[in-house]
Design a protein around this ligand. Structure first.
Ligand SMILES: Nc1ncnc2c1ncn2[C@@H]1O[C@H](COP(=O)(O)OP(=O)(O)OP(=O)(O)O)[C@@H](O)[C@H]1O
Length: 869
């Protein structure tokens, strides 16, 4: 508040506003006044600007009016979401007593504080992804994370215990996987790598909370909010206890009541999943496309064919964490197989799931008491077909599918409760009646009967008054401010009865009331008020009853997500002709007719050329791929990695046969996107990544190296690449594919027994290249860079000159003469050619035939051409 407004002189309401604001200085304060949420002073200026609203003013006890802006209460969620998405924290201050009963200023208090991680409005959230609030805690023993999606109730804890120098990197990989919208850190948090990462990713909202050394207090917090069973699960994980307690404290700072749907902590052991580091996830375009940063043309866009949003979120989860346990992978594959082999079942399951809404988020909404009757109807519709789903699954001849059906919890009672109580098309508002069906509550039915008879009385009374006065157009009307009145046109006022009491005079009408009308109207209005209140009470009881079934509903939504995800994998397997991979614990990857799942669907049928892979045995651990630019080297290497990941999340794969030896980690060193903003040069980044691969890979890892060594001059690059392959061959046993334009590397096949050469074939036809895209054993002779550059439309002059220079470079004598002299000569050649062209041009100009304008244009052209020499 600017100093020109003195606190003492403000009106009582604005003084209270300022008091509340002082406790929530970092938030925009929206303050309920009647049917509006209003905001004042500096917050009003910001809010008006961000939301493009009109900035007005309010009398405030000073000469100047206080800056003010407001939004209607029924659309508050939309406005709050917009503010939060722009990076603001918003505090809502509500009226907590009925204004009619208030003596003096209506009591108000903060009821919600909304930040990106605590957003719960279903409409504003990306429904196929979780919206996580993440808490990180680190001490000398390691680092822990606890994260929660308040809009679904998913709560996870994990610990990272590793060498302190690599803890930051590992934590950043997890942050990228979790993709939180908000992070809670303790005030003493000082991990340099993470802080640097968060600074660069400034779209993540950061909150600092006080650090407490009182460990017992942290334990008590968990016990209070999650109960003893959850506490027991993590009793030996002290780091998670602190991170989780901090998270719960933050969540419950603004939710007074216990949130029933946040009731279970899942402990994630990160070494039970395949390690795919952040840059590899990016390079392989698992969930984000490298060029547009959207989901378009990513692996998730292929895999996510779930019918429910819960299924979509589960597929996302699976893709973030591929499995490494053969049994677990096969359990998923067996079920996908079950759906794959029963097309009718798969289609029927899909049709039934299509009617299921976001059960997790509806349940969460019910839990934090923000559900309306329409949400209950969505819940009812989602539950309607569950018995049918159970039936078709248990009817399956496949035992595993049968079990999926048996395990589905029986939830018909919740369906029945909503079906019997809530009208089919209820209003959004839950305080104005019209929610509860007839015959559900005897008391409510009686009140409604009485209200109906009062309404009948009103109709009769209106007729009686018309007869009594002889005024044919006399009407009994109702409006919100004045209640019921008898309305008579001005021309008829002389006919009204003497018992009529004048209430309101309008331009053409006069409005009256009578003792009788007052009686009837109070019967109706009191009746309505009582009905609304009773309906609201009944609605809340229904909510409580549904909340009693929280655990069953949560287990149902998990199972639905699971069934949906497995069935989605079966559907895509059919659609794109994938095969079931054989999972082994051996070290080899054998793929027959493998395809790149994303590139193939962007091409016409059969246009994608399938290729085989055989890697991992003692004699073919390292494969050096040479071939022209554009031939398909990167595509081939990426497709191998994607097929491995797909197999390990339990999906069928784009191939006609695949034997996948489980990989513990996948690393890629692809391309060189500059990282100057992070203070690293392209070459430095390349070397850092290679060094990280060498340090962290095991014999179970799969590594892609794409053109390592190209970030520096060719002699240095080649030397590094060669030394690297030699080192990998002698000291490391991971499966490595290395695409390169250093053809000299292919000599290593003869020298090292685990190195094999592969090439991608092309045809040269009439001076043109035909890409065959077929991988073969052997080495390629040239890169055909100039021919490929020709396809890009580079000017002929450059291409011709490049050929010229290349010929000279390949001439052995070239190294004996001064290189710069050679290049200078070649540049002189170009200069001569240009002078010749200029002379030709001037010879063609006939000055006598040119208009002054044409002469000017010619002059311009000549000046430009001379400038090029
Ligand atoms: N097997 C294939 N079948 C059909 N088209 C393919 C195949 N492989 C690659 N392509 C097409 O060729 C394009 C170039 O492939 P890719 O980027 O893999 O070539 P590259 O050899 O790595 O090239 P460079 O050496 O220039 O990086 C791809 O974008 C794709 O459209």
């Amino acid at each position: 508040m600017t100093s020109k407004f003195k606190y003492e002189k403000l009106t009582p309401m604005l003084r209270h506003y300022v008091d509340v604001k002082n406790d929530f200085k970092d938030a925009l304060l929206l303050y309920r006044v009647g049917d509006f949420y209003e905001t004042f002073f500096d917050d009003a200026i910001i809010t008006a600007k961000v939301l493009s609203l009109t900035l007005t003013g309010k009398e405030c006890g000073h000469v100047d009016r206080a800056p003010m802006c407001g939004v209607p209460h029924h659309v508050i969620d939309t406005y709050v979401n917009r503010l939060v998405k722009k990076g603001y924290k918003v505090a809502l201050c509500d009226q907590i007593e009925d204004p009619k009963e208030a003596k003096g200023l209506v009591k108000r208090a903060i009821t919600r504080v909304i930040t990106p991680g605590t957003l719960t409005d279903i409409e504003s959230l990306e429904n196929k992804e979780n919206n996580y609030l993440l808490s990180i805690f680190e001490n000398e023993f390691g680092l822990a994370m606890a994260y929660c999606d308040i809009s679904t109730g998913k709560l996870v804890g994990l610990e990272i215990k590793t060498l302190s120098q690599s803890i930051g990197k590992k934590a950043i990989d997890q942050i990228e996987k979790i993709n939180p919208s908000e992070i809670v850190l303790t005030s003493n948090f000082n991990n340099y790598d993470i802080k640097k990462y968060l600074n660069l990713n400034n779209q993540i909202f950061i909150n600092y909370i006080d650090f407490t050394t009182d460990y017992e207090n942290r334990v008590r917090t968990i016990s209070e909010y999650l109960g003893k069973d959850n506490l027991e699960k993590i009793m030996d994980k002290r780091l998670i206890i602190v991170a989780l307690a901090n998270l719960l404290d933050y969540i419950y700072k603004y939710y007074e009541e216990k949130l029933d749907h946040i009731n279970n902590i899942e402990v994630l052991k990160i070494n039970e999943f395949m390690e795919v580091e952040a840059n590899t996830r990016k390079n392989l375009e698992l969930t984000r496309n490298l060029s547009t940063n959207t989901k378009e043309n990513t692996l998730i866009s292929i895999l996510d064919k779930a019918d429910t949003v819960m299924g979509s979120r589960m597929i996302h989860d699976w893709l973030e964490r591929p499995l490494i346990d053969k049994g677990k992978i096969n359990r998923r594959l067996d079920l996908v197989d079950g759906f794959y082999n029963d097309n009718i079942l798969s289609r029927n399951v899909s049709n039934l799931l299509d009617n299921v809404y976001d059960l997790e988020r509806i349940l969460a909404k019910i839990s934090y008491k923000r559900a309306n009757a329409r949400d209950l109807i969505s819940l009812k519709n989602s539950l309607r077909d569950i018995p049918k789903l159970k039936e078709i699954l248990t009817d399956s001849t496949n035992k595993l599918i049968k079990n999926l059906g048996y395990n589905l919890p029986d939830i018909y009672d919740v369906y029945k409760l909503i079906d019997e109580s809530i009208v089919d098309e209820p209003p959004i508002n839950i305080t104005e009646g019209g929610l509860i069906k007839l015959n559900y509550d005897e008391g409510l039915d009686k009140l409604k009967e009485m209200a109906d008879s009062a309404e009948d009385r009103l109709v009769n009374y209106e007729n009686e008054q018309r007869n009594l006065t002889g005024i044919k157009n006399l009407k009994v009307i109702y409006n919100k401010n004045n209640g019921y009145s008898i309305e008579v046109t001005k021309t008829n006022t002389n006919k009204v009865d003497s018992s009529y009491i004048r209430k309101q005079t309008l331009k053409n009408q006069e409005r009256y009331t009578t003792e009788e009308l007052e009686n009837i109207s109070s019967m109706i209005l009191n009746g309505k008020e009582k009905i609304n209140q009773l309906e609201y009470d009944i609605f809340n009881k229904i909510i409580e009853a549904i909340l009693d079934s929280t655990l069953r509903l949560q287990s149902l939504s998990k199972m639905i997500a699971n069934i949906d995800s497995l069935n989605a994998f079966a559907k895509i397997a059919h659609k794109h002709s994938y095969c079931r991979p054989e999972i082994t614990e051996a070290n080899e990857i054998i793929i027959k007719d493998g395809r790149h799942p994303v590139i193939e669907i962007n091409l016409d049928e059969n246009e994608f050329i399938a290729n085989d892979t055989d890697i991992g045995q003692d004699d073919n651990l390292i494969q050096i791929i040479t071939g022209p630019n554009m031939a398909g080297k990167s595509t081939y290497m990426r497709q191998m990695a994607l097929i491995i990941i797909m197999a390990q999340i339990g999906s069928f794969v784009p191939a006609s046969r695949a034997k996948i030896g489980i990989c513990d980690k996948i690393f890629t060193r692809i391309g060189a996107s500059d990282n100057i903003s992070k203070g690293e040069s392209t070459f430095m980044l390349e070397m850092n990544e290679v060094s990280n691969i060498i340090k962290n890979s095991t014999e179970k890892s799969f590594v892609i190296l794409d053109e390592v060594g190209r970030g520096t001059c060719s002699d240095d690059g080649l030397s590094i690449a060669m030394a690297l392959v030699e080192y990998l061959s002698k000291h490391k046993k991971m499966k490595t594919v290395f695409a390169t334009h250093f053809h000299e590397l292919t000599v290593l096949e003869n020298e090292l027994n685990n190195v094999r050469n592969l090439k991608i074939e092309i045809l040269e036809e009439n001076n043109n290249l035909v890409f065959l895209r077929k991988i073969k054993k052997g080495k390629s002779d040239r890169s055909y860079g100039i021919e490929v550059a020709k396809l890009s439309g580079l000017p002929d002059e450059i291409l011709d000159n490049a050929k010229n220079i290349m010929e000279k470079l390949s001439n052995e004598d070239f190294f004996n003469v001064n290189k710069s002299e050679e290049i200078k000569n070649s540049l002189e050649d170009i200069k001569d050619k240009k002078i010749k062209e200029l002379r030709n041009l001037t010879e063609k100009i006939n000055i006598n035939e040119l208009t002054p304008l044409e002469a000017m244009n010619q002059l311009n052209i000549l000046i430009e051409r001379i400038g090029e020499i």
